[in-house]
Ligand binder design. Structure first.
Ligand code: ADP
Ligand code: MG
Length: 344
């Protein structure tokens, strides 16, 4: 989907592109481990990311956000679809090597994603060494690691310490230093602050914003916290059961949500202002997210949607422009219309 949602970016600025990405995981049963079905974790996702831009990705747990992140950095091969880096489709070989350097990932949990037996220096240097096919940290790389630690607000003298000697926020800074070690152009951040105390979250978000300014990085920022995504993102994509159901500029999504799922998500998020909080209406979503092994027919959201009509059960709605004027942006709902949701 190549939507031009009223921004000043041009096509040349597109750095990373997802073309109809799909990831199906086989479900195996019995002693013969026969394949009896598929989990459609990501099911036809397309978007563009521009240079220096932050694209927020939101949606309930299990809707495929992390799988999408792993596909973008080629930690997993897609079942179908392609990733394009600066206009070139990534295929095994030279482009794959380039993408492995240019697109890096920061994980959610700084407690489990850092090897406890490696020093901070070794953790941050690992991508440098792998890239150069070297085994040991030499003087030049050591200097680079110290510079990286300084850049993310850690004391370069702590290069020989182990992860357990750092706080959660500091550990996430180590993860970020590792993520930027190879001067990537894109950083996929998978819930980078979700495991941290609220007081520390803002510091890490500020660090990411500063690095974006200094290094011209583009972010795919995955999170379920709508307030954090609103703060850091330029554009936002809303995922439901493996699909993007709405995408647009931050203000379009937060001030003019068109898809009932987005409206429900927004209405459930807490608003800091108690007066606003008392005034607003909360849309209750009935039931849980259906299983991605057996997604509902037609519009996948119809089983929980208060607006669903018979055609929603049979016809999948396309992700197309909805709404008028500057609020217009793509949403996949047969009955998409603006609804005022107080989002603080
Ligand atoms: P999110 O990050 O939005 O919570 P995930 O991408 O982690 O969602 O998961 C999407 C769906 O894919 C879930 O139903 C999850 O159980 C399933 N899934 C994720 N990884 C695997 C895997 N390696 N094997 C089988 N199923 C998986
Ligand atoms: Mg996840």
């Amino acid at each position: 989907m190549s939507e031009g949602t009223g921004t000043a970016w041009s096509r040349q600025d597109v750095i990373l592109k997802a073309n109809n990405l799909k990831k199906y995981y086989p479900i195996r049963r019995g002693v013969a481990r026969r394949i009896v079905g598929q989990v459609k974790a990501v099911d036809g996702v397309s978007f563009e990311l521009r240079k220096g831009e932050t694209l927020g990705v939101v949606g309930e747990s299990g809707c495929g956000k992390s799988t999408l992140g792993r596909l973008l950095v080629q930690l997993e091969a897609p079942t179908e679809g392609t990733v394009e880096m600066e206009g070139r489709i990534v295929k095994p070989g030279e482009e794959m090597r380039r993408l492995r350097r240019d697109v890096q990932i920061v994980f959610q949990d700084p407690y489990t994603s850092l090897n406890p037996r490696m020093t901070v220096g070794d953790i941050v240097a690992e991508p440098l060494l792998i890239h150069k096919n070297e085994l040991n940290l030499k003087g030049r790389e050591r200097d680079r690691v110290k510079q990286l630690l300084d850049q993310v607000g850690l004391n370069p003298e702590h290069i020989n310490r182990y992860p357990h000697q750092f706080s959660g926020g500091q550990r996430q800074r180590i993860g970020i230093a590792r993520g930027i070690a190879l001067n990537p152009k894109v950083l996929v951040c998978d819930e980078p602050v979700s495991a941290l105390d609220v007081s520390v979250q803002a510091q890490v978000v500020n660090l990411l914003e500063r690095l974006q300014r200094e290094l011209g990085l583009a972010y795919v920022f995955i999170a379920h916290d709508l307030a954090v995504v609103r703060h850091i993102s330029h554009r936002v994509a809303v995922m439901y059961l493996g699909e993007i159901v709405e995408v647009g500029d931050k203000n379009q999504i937060y001030n003019h949500p068109m898809h009932p799922y987005t409206q429900a998500l927004m209405s459930a998020a807490p608003v800091p202002d108690p007066v606003l909080q008392a005034k607003r209406q909360r849309i209750m979503l009935s039931g849980d997210v259906p299983s991605p092994a057996n997604p509902p027919s037609g519009c996948r959201f119809h089983t929980r949607c208060w607006k669903a009509q018979p055609n929603c059960v049979t016809d999948p709605p396309p992700l197309i422009m909805r709404g008028e004027g500057p609020a217009a942006h793509p949403a996949s709902c047969h009955y998409a219309e603006e609804m005022e949701v107080v989002t603080g």
